[in-house]
Design a protein around this ligand. Structure first.
Ligand SMILES: Nc1ncnc2c1ncn2[C@@H]1O[C@H](COP(=O)(O)OP(=O)(O)O)[C@@H](O)[C@H]1O
Ligand code: SF4
Ligand SMILES: [Mg+2]
Length: 319
């Protein structure tokens, strides 16, 4: 069953008073209870896509298309403020890329957790404290009372990230969006953190949409994968579809470049990602593509199906 659907979603942001299109015709569906992973180079629009789902858009953005969310047989239109208010931070929540920037520096951790407790005005003091300690315990703090009395700046990087996770899951969201949750952690903490999210996802029966640059983690901890390039989803499918039969030239180049990092001779993808202010006509990837045909430089390809549910936006795959 689909919980989240984006239909032909477009987003333009304001750069020096001119609209610049970043997200282009994003169409995707996310199934309940699955781990969905977005991969792609820096600057291709992954964070803006995550934020768009909760309408956390830059000032003066323009958008079109639809973002729909299903919960308990009700469909919410997340681009309509009246629906969004019922969903944001409650049914769908977002774990930001940099935990330091999302935490309130002047409130102790315990107070920050109590603030998210539903109906907290009516709750007794002891039940508020119990709620906070249970949540801290759930995100693997061995010393919840100590953390309760600390300010965010007194936490280590790994603790901050787990505290931010506690805030994100406090209202028992049905969908957790996590934007590069591993990027500020060292390799051991990365393992611990992703295993923690994985465990919580199972216990709480959440759906997860996350962004990572680490393709080993993506392969190990995903059901479905979305590959982004220059504001487009260029390939999507199950983790096996994308990692074992990568069918878009960009996905092939991305996987190849990641694999080469483990060898002595790292190979980056030829050329650079195009500027959104000056995107090529036709397929965005053609300046870097070894398989381009004449049509690629003229008209952008549509989505086509390589196999059931394995979707690619490339002329090479069109039948
Ligand atoms: N608030 C903003 N205003 C203008 N441009 C933005 C804003 N946020 C992001 N961008 C631009 O949108 C593009 C995609 O950014 P982002 O979604 O952060 O990429 P990613 O997360 O894939 O690294 C980049 O070119 C970035 O400069
Ligand atoms: S549409 Fe053409 S240029 Fe774009 S990725 Fe496919 S082959 Fe390459
Ligand atoms: Mg980002």
């Amino acid at each position: 069953m689909n919980v989240l659907q984006l239909k032909r979603f477009n987003l333009s942001v304001n750069v020096n008073e001119y609209p610049v299109k970043i997200l282009d015709d994003i169409t995707l569906s996310i199934n309940k209870g699955k781990i969905n992973t977005i991969i792609g180079e820096s600057g291709c629009g992954k964070s803006l896509l995550c934020k768009s789902i909760l309408k956390l858009l830059p000032v003066d953005s323009e958008y079109s298309g639809a973002i729909l969310f299903n919960h308990h047989d009700k469909e919410y239109n997340l681009l309509a403020d009246i629906d969004l208010q019922q969903v944001r931070g409650k049914i769908v929540s977002l774990l930001f890329q940099n935990p330091s920037s999302s935490l309130n520096p002047v409130l102790k951790c315990g107070s920050q957790i109590i603030d998210i407790l539903p109906h907290n005005k009516k709750a007794s003091k002891s039940s508020k404290i119990e709620f906070a300690l249970d949540l801290l315990n759930e995100v693997s703090f061995q010393n919840p009372m100590e953390i309760f009395h600390k300010y965010p700046h007194e936490l280590s990087g790994g603790e901050k990230q787990r505290f931010a996770l506690a805030l994100a899951i406090g209202c028992k969201p049905s969908l957790l969006i996590a934007d590069e949750p591993l990027s500020s952690l060292d390799i051991d903490l990365k393992h611990n953190f992703i295993e923690l999210i994985y465990k919580l996802k199972k216990i709480r029966k959440m759906t997860l949409l996350w962004v990572t640059h680490d393709l080993d983690f993506a392969q190990k901890f995903s059901d479905n994968v979305f590959v982004m390039y220059c504001g487009n989803i260029v390939e999507s499918g199950t983790v096996q579809d994308v990692f074992e039969n990568p069918s878009h030239p960009y996905t092939q180049a991305l996987l190849n470049s990641f694999q080469s990092l483990k060898k002595d001779r790292p190979e980056s993808i030829r050329g650079n990602i195009s500027s959104f202010q000056n995107l090529p006509k036709g397929c965005n990837f053609y300046p870097r593509c070894d398989y381009k045909k004449s049509i690629c430089t003229d008209t952008s390809p549509e989505y086509s199906e390589v196999s059931h549910g394995h979707i690619v936006k490339c002329y090479v795959q069109e039948k």
